[in-house]
Design a protein. Sequence first.
Length: 407
Amino acid sequence: MRLTRPLCVSVSRFLRPAFLATSVLASLAPVAAQAQMPGPMGPIAVGVVAAEQQDIPVTVTVPGRAVAYETVDIRPRVSGVISEIAYQPGRALERGDLLFRIEAETYEAELATAEARVALAEASQGAADATVRRYEALEGTGISTGALETAQVAAMQAAADLSAARADLQIARLNLERTEITSPISGRAAVASVSVGALVTENQTTALTTVTRIDPIYVDIEESSRRIGEMRARMNAGALQMGDSLDIALRLETGAIYPGRGELVSPGIAVSTTTGTTRFRIRFDNPDRLILPGQFLRAELTVGTTTAILVPQMATARSSSGALTAYVVADGVAQQRVLTSQGTYGNGWIVTDGVEPGEQLVVDGLTNLQDGAEVAPVAVVISDQGVVTPADGSSQAFTAPGAPAGN
């Protein structure tokens, strides 16, 4: 009897954990079986738009640099001491406005001397001419032919002296005028490189200042000769139709589009041997001075239109080989297509092959979508901001079974 009770206790101790484990497994079995049951399967809802063939502008974006319309280095044409700086740096100037004044006393004295020499030469010529007339009247009656010829030579010498004196007078006047240095163009002048009292020399190498005109302004762009050739080939093949004029927009360094439109003023006539590019010059009005010389800019040239299908970039992907792909719906099945594009316009690819007009192009519900999958197409519209909404205004979620919503 003493052995029976301890034996029963020992057996219960071994059976209790086993019983509990069995109970736990029994309770979890329905849950595990439920988790292994397959969910409902069916067509995947996808958002589609109809592919439309349209005339799409062909735009080329090329880098460029802003160049001043006119720029002039101001140097003195006479020597002397700067007596006045008559302009404010950065302010607008008109052609002929005074910039610098050089002390003029020396040149005023030279002008007076030249005027006196002209008066003396005029008097000498008058006397010589009177002598010739008198000798001509007395020739043969007391005045020999030789004396007349000598008088005539003296008269010509006096006329030459008068011409030289008048030339000296003109130079003296010019030198006096050049003591006032004016702007040869309209524009804005930089800070002066000299101050009042500085000695300057005629035609010195150092400029006193620089006057620059930036309204209008030039933008020099460079395009590769290869792409120019490709554009010509497309035009010759009829794939690119030229417009009546070249539409040129400009993108600033901030990314904003410049409000004005450009005009091509100098087409490229040569190809650089180092870069393989051709330079073009475009002119823009610049009344607000938003463009300054030396700025890096991007010009967007609309060279014409092409007939193609504009496929939203959100509907495309790249395959492992790098090919551009998209899905279309045919007979309730998603088909993956390889697209041939001719660049981009806005937020879309310009597609010339791979999608036919009228086909349903999948633009939403692309998550986990595979070629050959059964789909339920829902017509949608895409806003300018790229937001996709059902065309009927309902709230439709384009989600593959078991996959998170979204594109």
